[in-house]
Structure formats: structure tokens, C-alpha cells
Design a protein around this ligand. Structure first.
Ligand code: THU
Length: 132
């Protein structure tokens, strides 16, 4: 599948502009290409109880599932300047769950597979290995 990083990032910027980030003043937007060709997006949504704010990737993954599921094949996450932003640790786990090792992420160091963004990731296989 050919990935148009420019238009995927433009969708992430569009989503970033809808962020609700009155506490951090740090809007984030993210866009993901799904294996069936659709694009899902998300923005961060904060809360007066700072610790329970939702990252942009949470919204994107909710949208992924709510619109039919599938696998993320490419993701672009941006800050207020439209620059590539590395997902936080928790969100790397979310991307791993729904994209896996081969999902590509646009990073400040170029396009990297999730296997490099979250090395030796914990995943469902670890649960299965013990559960039997
Ligand atoms: N944030 C995201 O939305 N995604 C990330 O991967 C990093 C952090 C948000 C959370 C909070 O609303 C703001 O950025 C500042 O941490």
C-alpha cells in the first residue's frame, strides 16, 4: 500500500486544530491509515483532573474501533507546529495493539516501524505464553 505521508500529516494537523487542551496548551493531532484504506484521526481531550486527560492516539484508536476496526498501517502524530511528535509510552502500546510491529510511524528521525519505536514490546502473545 502506498502511503501518502503528506496528506496523512495534513489530516493529523486538521485533527490537532480541534484539540481540547486548555490545561497544557499543547494540542496534539494524529491520523492513521487503516489496512482497508480509511483514515482515522484523533486529538487530545483534557480534563480538569489533569491525570485523566485523553491523548490524541486514544481518540484515534476509539475511532478505529467504532468505525469498523482493522489494522493501522501508518500513523502520523503532530504538535501545534505541525511537527512530528513521538507518541508517549502508553500510546506506543496502543499503536502496537492495533498496528503491530510493521505499522509505520512518521517520526522526527523519519519513518520507523513500530518494532523500532517500541522494541521488545509486551503484547497479547506474552499473555498467551503463560496462559497456555
Ligand atoms: N499528548 C498526546 O495527545 N499524545 C502523546 O502521545 C503525547 C502527549 C497530550 C497529552 C496532553 O493533553 C498534552 O499532550 C501534554 O502532555
Amino acid at each position: 500500500m502506498i502511503i501518502d505521508w503528506e496528506s496523512l500529516t495534513a489530516k493529523a494537523v486538521e485533527a490537532m486544530r480541534t484539540a481540547y487542551a486548555p490545561y497544557s496548551q499543547f494540542p496534539v493531532g494524529v491520523a492513521g491509515l487503516v489496512d482497508d484504506g480509511r483514515i482515522v484521526t484523533g486529538c487530545n481531550v483534557e480534563n480538569a483532573s489533569y491525570g485523566v486527560g485523553l491523548c490524541a492516539e486514544c481518540g484515534m484508536v476509539s475511532s478505529l474501533i467504532a468505525t469498523g476496526g482493522g489494522r493501522l498501517v501508518a500513523v502520523s502524530c503532530v504538535d501545534a507546529r505541525g511537527m512530528s511528535l513521538m507518541p508517549c509510552g502508553r500510546c506506543r502500546q496502543l499503536l502496537w495493539e492495533h498496528g503491530g510491529a510493521d505499522c509505520l510511524l512518521l517520526t522526527p528521525e523519519g519513518v520507523l516501524p513500530m518494532s523500532q519505536v517500541l522494541p521488545q514490546a509486551f503484547g497479547g502473545e506474552d499473555l498467551a505464553a503463560v496462559r497456555g
